[in-house]
Design a protein around this ligand. Structure first.
Ligand SMILES: [Zn+2]
Length: 165
């Protein structure tokens, strides 16, 4: 049997990119159904947000957990070969994300990160999806004060608060 050739790095990146696009399309469709109108890959803004909702000055990034180092996430594993390379690469990604976020905040644009694992959970779990979209809506329309936490984390907090009201 012929051995499969390993993918080159750029082929690998291309794969990851298209995988990410699928997640983006899923979110875009939901947002559209919720009545939002937006630009995609909006290069007029720092970091080229994946989705930009002009009406609410909200930039949304759909982030892969591995590449953007989602904290406490199962998908964000650390490869054990070439550790130095990965560490550098990850650090650069995270720093870039932070810079972009700061620039957007200075422009009074709110930034929402939607993580890959959150989208996967939404695809599987309808109750989660409903709650998530509710929280997302509040974030987009700035019902909440600025909160940097992940939407899933924020959902857990509000559930906790409800319980102990
Ligand atoms: Zn994650």
């Amino acid at each position: 049997m012929k051995k499969k050739k390993p993918l080159t790095r750029s082929q690998n990146m291309a794969r990851i990119k298209s995988k990410n696009t699928k997640l983006e399309i899923y979110i875009r469709k939901l947002l559209f159904k919720m009545g939002y109108r937006y630009r995609i890959n909006y290069s007029m803004l720092p970091g080229t947000p994946d989705i930009y909702i002009l009406k609410y000055k909200t930039a949304i990034f759909v982030n892969g957990c591995f590449w953007h180092r989602h904290e406490n996430c199962k998908i964000a594993t650390f490869p054990h070969t070439n550790e130095e390379f990965w560490e550098k690469k990850f650090r650069r990604n995270v720093e870039r994300d932070m810079e972009v976020r700061e620039k957007l905040f200075e422009m009074d644009i709110s930034v929402i990160t939607i993580w890959e694992c959150e989208i996967r959970e939404m695809q599987k779990n309808e109750i989660y999806r409903k709650k998530y979209l509710e929280t997302l809506k509040n974030r987009i329309e700035r019902v909440f004060n600025y909160c940097e936490k992940d939407i899933s984390v924020q959902m857990k907090i509000s559930k906790y608060q409800e319980k102990y009201k």
